[in-house]
Design a protein around this ligand. Structure first.
Ligand code: FES
Length: 159
């Protein structure tokens, strides 16, 4: 019978992942976290605690890495992440209307995940591609020079 956390989270995927790293060195922490996130869809805190006990990696070190890298989440997260730029260049070129359209299409507020767990919407500061303003990012894809009416078609690309 696979072990479970008190919150009833199955630890089997975590066991399998930890097994792949018999020699734990500092540089293995990020790959472990990435695999845990792929397996669970996010990084549940009880699983992190279990991994910490099992491996001896201090929880504080894990949390340091998790908070440093925006790719890691400790709350349930949508399959796709939509980042909508709120930087100055994008704001001037209409990003508030873009964000509004995304929120309308998905029926979410900033920071929320759709009920079907498909999308998480995150307003962010400058995405570093101001020449594309106004711009959004879906996962690792950039969409620039947007108008609100382009949003539904973009969302259709992600299932
Ligand atoms: S202000 Fe939006 S990408 Fe820089």
């Amino acid at each position: 019978m696979p072990e479970k956390t008190r919150q009833n989270i199955d630890l089997k995927p975590a066991e399998e992942i930890v097994k792949q790293f018999p020699r734990l060195t500092r540089d293995k922490l990020i790959p472990i976290l990435q695999q845990l996130q792929d397996a669970y869809g996010y990084l549940p805190v009880p699983v992190l605690q279990w991994v910490s006990n099992k491996t001896g990696i201090p929880s504080s070190r894990m949390h340091g890495v998790i908070t440093f890298y925006s790719q890691f989440y400790t709350e349930p997260h949508g399959k796709h992440t939509i980042r909508c730029c709120e930087g100055t260049a994008c704001h001037v070129k209409g990003s508030p209307r873009i964000a509004e359209r995304v929120m309308d299409e998905l029926d979410v507020a900033p920071g929320e995940t759709t009920k079907d767990m498909k999308f998480t919407f995150e307003p962010v500061a400058c995405l570093g591609t101001c020449f594309l303003a106004p711009v959004i990012m879906v996962n690792n894809d950039y969409y620039g020079q947007l108008t609100p009416d382009k949003i539904p078609q973009i969302l259709k690309n992600y299932s």
